[in-house]
Design a protein around this ligand. Structure first.
Ligand code: SAM
Length: 235
């Protein structure tokens, strides 16, 4: 009896790994959320499906409830798949789910996925690192409440490229913070619905990207690599 934590990739259903597809095919139960492309569920039409994502922007199940479902299903089924968008450990609470399984002595296996943070820029031809332009990158949550007292995200990162996930709601506050450490005209590229048919790309700078209309889900890529992408995309 094993619970497989599987990364579904960033959106395009073909961007899940072969190993991920193989465990999906043998699953008795698939527990999934709204970032996992539902096309992927077609790999196994017979498995019981349990949706634990969000409804109308609200979490449909709390993390504790999800952990309980994983434990319950893990105890009664041979193969349980917990399918998560992107990579399970990149802002995916995968670690919390594994710790809950360990506490109940449930066997598990983790199958990585292509994270939106890197997979989406790469799919476009936007290199997150580029010799002589960017030798480092940082992936940050943009979701931390800007008014929180003991903020963990301080925006003074020294990496050349910043990749911000969950950053649409606080984009104005976050870019204002980043501008304390970077030029106002630092190029920014926002990718909405990356790797999907409704993908949209929006260019701007740190000073004006907050004025653009951006829908979720989206990632922000901040740094001079955006200019490299502008050269690549025209070919
Ligand atoms: C809770 S995090 C989960 C990230 C996921 N574990 C990963 O590795 O990609 C959700 C955020 O990922 C980003 N994201 C995921 N899928 C995306 C997509 N297809 N297009 C743009 N952004 C996406 C967005 O920033 C979204 O707010």
């Amino acid at each position: 009896m094993t619970v497989y934590l599987v990364g579904a990739g960033p959106g395009d259903p073909e961007l899940i790994t072969l190993k991920g597809v193989n465990v999906l095919k043998k699953a008795d139960v698939i527990i999934y959320d709204n970032l996992a492309n539902e096309e992927i569920l077609k790999h196994n039409i017979n498995a019981k499906k349990i949706y634990v994502g969000k409804k109308a922007g609200k979490h449909y199940k709390t993390q504790d409830e999800i952990n309980e479902i994983l434990i319950k299903e893990g105890k009664i089924n041979e193969n349980v798949v917990r399918l998560k968008g992107g990579d399970p450990f990149v802002f995916g609470r995968g670690g919390e789910e594994i710790l809950a399984l360990i506490e109940d002595s449930i066997s598990f296996e983790i199958i990585p996925g292509i994270s939106s943070a890197i997979g989406i820029p790469t799919s476009l031809g936007l290199p997150v690192s580029h010799r002589a332009v960017a030798t480092s990158f940082t992936v940050i949550t943009g979701h931390e409440d800007p008014k929180k007292k003991d903020k963990q995200v301080k925006w003074d990162y020294t990496a050349d490229t910043l990749i911000v996930l969950m950053g649409v709601g606080n984009i104005r506050e976050n870019t204002k913070e980043i501008m304390k450490y970077r030029r106002e005209d630092t190029p920014v590229c926002v990718i909405e619905n990356g790797t999907l048919s409704n993908e949209k790309i929006i260019f701007g700078t740190l000073s004006n990207i907050g004025d653009k209309k951006i829908n979720t889900p989206a990632i922000l890529v901040v740094g001079d690599v955006v200019d490299i992408y502008k050269m690549i995309k025209d070919y």
